[in-house]
Ligand binder design. Structure first.
Ligand code: AMP
Length: 366
């Protein structure tokens, strides 16, 4: 079977690496000649809205998927006319707009922070009254890894935040003084089969995910998260892996956002679950039976931001796994990740203290 992937970053790369044992072939569309997935699969170099390139991909592929959600709607439409495209274009459209996303959460009874749309400077005072401060002003579209957002603590912060972000449609959200952040990774196959991974606890710095730990022990939260995920999967007639990020406050889940693709907070599943998120996404979009999602021991995933640690020192640690993405080092860039897995949480905690400084975090960061 032939799988086309729009977007050639590390997610496409890990999808291809997970798909080869299943006998799958890949082609990847990306505007960059040095897209890192191009090191492991043939790369079609072209813009995401290049109709000729999209048609070529659609003609070759049995199914097309994405490694990021901001694929132009026109590209998804060109593809959908010619080939099976999963996740569906409708799910991408919702995930591309923070207002559409939060509105859908509300419709499905999934709690969110209070929010208001802000299309011009004059609308900002009304939004502040509605949402109340502190709040977070975000671009509705194209924000990721904390980019395109500003925290507003007092009215004095409004003008600079507007200067930084204004001119495009915005959303003002209530600031959630959360106790922790968690994510739910859920999969639905084209036959309607649904599976969910154990709850994941996430730690961000400056809006960028730095560390994920799974399974996070919180049976009530996990049950709730799986319930919310199923509502979304079924409403969107979703096929593939869907990630939903939540804040935890007073024992409740408050949805922040969703990603209609494999997700950074699921990288631990490569070694820490019976079936990785990458393999299960491929199984789902190809209509194959889903693999078991149970955790194998306890895992922590650490992102390598900017540069990579020395492999030998990491690999010398029992239970440590090293993933380099083949990307040039650059400040703020995700260039790889490490996963530490252990049967015993105490052993994991001990190893983690040694590993954290290797990715630029303090030994007592969590
Ligand atoms: P996002 O780009 O929406 O995923 O935001 C990146 C990170 O910023 C989140 O993982 C949180 O750590 C923080 N953040 C975003 N929105 C809020 C909010 N409404 N309240 C508190 N923290 C937030």
């Amino acid at each position: 079977m032939n799988v086309g992937i729009v977007g050639g970053g590390q997610l496409a790369r890990m999808l291809a690496l997970a798909g080869y044992p299943l006998g799958l072939c890949f082609q990847i569309l990306d505007p960059a000649t040095d897209a890192c997935a191009g090191q492991v699969a043939p790369l079609i170099q072209g813009a995401y809205d290049d109709a000729t390139r999209l048609e070529a991909l659609a003609a070759w592929a049995d199914v097309v998927t994405f490694d990021f959600e901001n694929v132009p709607a026109t590209a998804a439409q060109v593809l959908e006319q010619r080939v099976a495209v999963y996740p569906p274009a409708g799910a991408l459209a919702v995930a591309q707009d923070r207002v559409a996303e939060k509105t859908l959460f509300w419709e499905l009874g999934i709690p969110t922070p209070p929010f208001a749309t802000v299309d011009c400077w004059e609308e900002l005072p009304g939004a502040v009254v509605q949402v109340e401060l502190p709040a977070v002003l975000k671009t509705r579209r194209l924000g990721y890894d904390g980019k395109g957002q500003r925290v507003i603590r007092t009215v004095d912060d409004l003008e600079p935040a507007w200067q930084a972000l204004g001119g495009v449609p915005l959303i003002l959200e209530g600031f959630v003084p959360f106790e922790r952040e968690v994510s739910v990774l859920a999969i639905r196959s084209s036959s309607g089969e649904i599976a969910c991974y154990p709850l994941v606890e996430n730690h961000h710095r400056d809006g960028i995910l730095r560390l994920s730990r799974a399974p996070f022990s919180g049976p009530d939260l996990e049950r709730k998260g799986w319930d919310y995920a199923q509502r979304l999967l079924n409403r969107l007639d979703y096929v593939g892996l869907l990630a939903i990020e939540f804040f935890v406050k007073d024992g409740r889940l408050i949805a922040n956002e969703m990603a209609p693709r494999v997700h950074n907070s699921g990288h631990w599943t490569l070694e820490g679950a019976e079936t990785s998120q990458f393999e299960n996404h491929l199984r789902a979009i190809l209509g194959l039976p889903l693999g078991a999602t149970a955790a194998v021991g306890h895992s922590v995933m650490l992102n390598c931001i900017g540069d990579l640690p020395e492999p030998a020192a990491v690999l010398a640690m029992p239970g440590a796994h090293y993933h380099a993405y083949g990307k040039a080092p650059r400040p703020g860039r995700k260039v790889g990740h490490l996963t530490l897995r252990a049967a015993d949480p105490a052993v994991l905690a001990h190893g983690l203290k040694r590993l954290l400084p290797r990715v630029g975090l303090e030994a007592d960061a969590i």
